[in-house]
Ligand binder design. Structure first.
Ligand SMILES: NC(=O)c1ccc[n+]([C@@H]2O[C@H](COP(=O)([O-])OP(=O)(O)OC[C@H]3O[C@@H](n4cnc5c(N)ncnc54)[C@H](OP(=O)(O)O)[C@@H]3O)[C@@H](O)[C@H]2O)c1
Length: 441
């Protein structure tokens, strides 16, 4: 097996593997590729050619199925975590591993396991301290769809998880590919219909400001109208272009509903620009009480055609944008913090590894915030018709995920209201033919 890990985790893993007389090769991060011994290499995670060199060295010696394991420690997310760390949350490492596997000459396809630590909220007590690695869960689900030959396993551990449990799971062939360990109890992922009650009051009033990132986009402007309909009178809409021409009629409609609409030109990946807007709202006399984070871009491509740049383009507005909003407003008395995520992070969506990764982060951030007693809801939207980026590309009638039917604006807004009335961190909204979906998987 080849194990990609940080130096600090290596010692503990090695002790176990030696005791069990298992053969292994460790690969740790460094500035450049170096063969230290037959069982030890260093590699620069962001240099694609380093992975080619590594697999060239290894592939000729492998006769049976090679197990590739990538460990991502539960590095605690701090308030001032750099954008670069967020961007390179492990996804670029996995991207480079898969692209290099496709070029290496293995006799048998390797099996890939991605191991995170506290990246998910499995139960109410989980603090999601490994939030930084959560994007890997979105990406991993796409790896399974695009590269079934890798038999990709996603495993989320906690600090208690013993190496014996972990390697037993990695070496097993139970067919389960999304597993978590909590206090050494093994748990497997199941999708369930929400049974939560919708009895929460959505506090929307005429004396507060509601901020929508991506506010001039399809779902953004529709959400603004829904807020105005519910009594909001001060709306702040952010986009990079601030091009109001395509939505001028909608803005007029909002004003006719007696809503004061301020549009801001800002990039949500830029903390300073967001800070200026939030300070402007604080000075307005109408305090910030609700946030809808709807900013997002798509740049689809199968993993073999993905690049760090395409990843950064798509994860930036979602991951960095959401973290900036979280950091900048956590002392404000916010009533709701809703993030527009996608069903892609729950089910995976072929050709959208970057999008799935970005949205998986939003899902875990919602749980992380709730653990801090801050409001948060991540909505895993299915595909929308008539408005928004999917409809603009004609993707609303393509069934990118087998069985999925599009949500029309009326259904979507009714679902938004129900989701916001539900006391939960994450909820999926989709119209689905589950028989068709399960028949295709
Ligand atoms: N439509 C769907 O079927 C669907 C399904 C699932 C999830 N979603 C999610 O729902 C959200 C809204 O989707 P949509 O369909 O309404 O997309 P959209 O029409 O393309 O709107 C997205 C908006 O985000 C803005 N934006 C992008 N990057 C930004 C940045 N860095 N800083 C500030 N603003 C930025 C865009 O304006 P500029 O380009 O001018 O910045 C645009 O106004 C997205 O997060 C999307 O992933 C949508």
């Amino acid at each position: 097996m080849i194990i990609f890990t940080e130096k600090k985790r290596r010692k503990q893993l090695e002790e176990y593997l030696k005791k069990e007389k298992q053969s292994y090769t460790f690969v740790t991060g460094a500035d450049s590729f170096k063969k230290i011994s037959d069982t030890e290499f260093t590699i620069n995670h962001s240099l694609k050619d380093n992975f080619g060199k590594l697999f060239k060295e290894i592939s000729s010696k492998v006769t049976d199925e090679l197990k590739i394991i990538s460990f991502h420690s539960g590095k605690k997310i701090s308030d001032k975590i750099s954008d670069e760390v967020l961007q390179h949350s492990g996804c670029i490492l996995i991207l480079n591993i898969i692209q290099a596997i496709s070029k290496a000459k293995f006799l048998k396809s390797p099996q890939l396991s991605i191991v995170t630590e506290n990246a998910l909220a499995i139960n109410d007590r989980d603090d999601v301290s490994g939030l930084i690695s959560s994007s890997l869960w979105g990406m991993g689900k796409v790896v399974s769809l695009e590269h079934p030959e890798l038999k990709c396993k996603l495993i989320d551990t906690d600090s208690e998880t013993g190496s014996e449990y972990l390697f037993k799971e990695i070496n097993s062939s139970t067919g389960e590919d999304q597993i978590a360990f909590r206090n050494n109890e093994r748990l497997a992922a199941r999708l369930i219909r929400s049974k939560s009650r919708q009895d929460k009051i959505i506090p929307i009033d005429d004396k507060s400001t509601y901020l929508i990132t991506g506010g001039l986009g399809g779902l953004g402007i529709l959400t603004a109208k829904w807020l105005a309909d519910k009594g909001a009178r001060h709306l702040a809409l952010i986009s990079r272009s601030n091009n109001t021409d395509p939505v001028i009629d909608h803005l007029d409609e909002l004003r006719s509903m007696k809503a004061e609409v301020r549009t801001y030109k800002a990039d949500v990946t830029n903390r300073d620009e967001l800070k200026t807007i939030i300070e402007d709202i604080r000075r307005s006399g109408y305090p910030l009480k609700g946030i809808i984070h709807s900013a997002g871009v798509l740049d689809d491509g199968v993993i073999l055609n993905q690049s760090p740049e395409k990843f950064e383009k798509v994860t930036g507005p979602k991951v960095e944008g959401a973290m900036h909003l979280h950091e900048l407003t956590k002392k404000d008395s916010i009533d709701f913090f809703v993030m527009y995520s996608s069903i892609a992070s729950v089910l995976g969506s072929a050709g959208q590894a970057n999008h799935s990764a970005a949205n998986a982060f939003l899902d875990s951030l919602a749980h992380y915030r709730r653990h801090l007693d801050l409001p948060a809801l991540s909505i895993n939207w299915g595909v929308w018709s008539e408005i928004g980026s999917a409809a603009a590309k004609g993707a609303d009638n393509q069934e990118k995920i087998a069985g999925i039917k599009s949500i029309n604006p009326k259904q979507g807004m009714s679902a938004l209201e129900k989701a916001m009335m539900t006391d939960t961190a994450q909820i999926g909204v989709m119209i689905m033919d589950w028989y068709k979906y399960s028949g295709s998987n």
